[in-house]
Design a binder for this molecule. Sequence first.
Ligand code: G16
Ligand code: MG
Length: 218
Amino acid sequence: QNIGFIFDLDGVIVDTAKYHFLAWKKLANELGFEFTIEQNEMFKGVSRKRCLEILLDIGKVTATQEQFNTWMHDKNVDYLAYIEKMDASEILPEVPKVLEFLKKNKIPIALGSASKNARPILKKVGLLAYFDAILDGNNVTKAKPDPEVFLLAAKEINIAPENCIVFEDAVAGIAAANNAKMTSIGIGDASILVEAKYNFKDFTEMSLDFIKELIGKK
Ligand code: G16
Ligand code: MG
């Protein structure tokens, strides 16, 4: 069958949001203000640059271009130290089961993430080999909700966008999938991911029968 699956990374495959949070919080504190876990919600699926802009807004801090670049770099250095310690135990429940099922059925799998650290993270948790294509923050010029990252992923696995199914945990990511005319599946709170075509709290709530049905429909 002519169908492909595209996975977001943070919030779908692993929960790196907690590490992003710690690194942004450290920077905020160094700049003299607080940054809360609630505020971190706004950062999900958002590019590193945009995150820093929002953070500086929160702290009412103005930066020169040089400071901006330094802080972005420093945050990433802290974040990389957390990634360094990641292993397979950080893969979210039943993600490998879904990947294994798709692989067995020879269905192409792509990654569509905003992160510039996507590859090292997949490598660390041991999932790199499942992916036929990896499109991430290094490949795009326009961030989600722009469909660019997902359209590039579809192109690379050679599947028409209408025949791609996207797993996403962020509002901007669901919008990006919908903008690409793909089938969007929200992973997380249905009351937040209202634009998603389907929604599941996590992969433990999604049966392989549901995936088989989706494949059958295409
Ligand atoms: C992830 C996170 C965002 C993060 C972005 C960029 O997106 O959800 O919070 O700001 O990547 O990450 P980095 O600083 O590593 O380039 P996604 O699309 O994987 O959910
Ligand atoms: Mg995400």
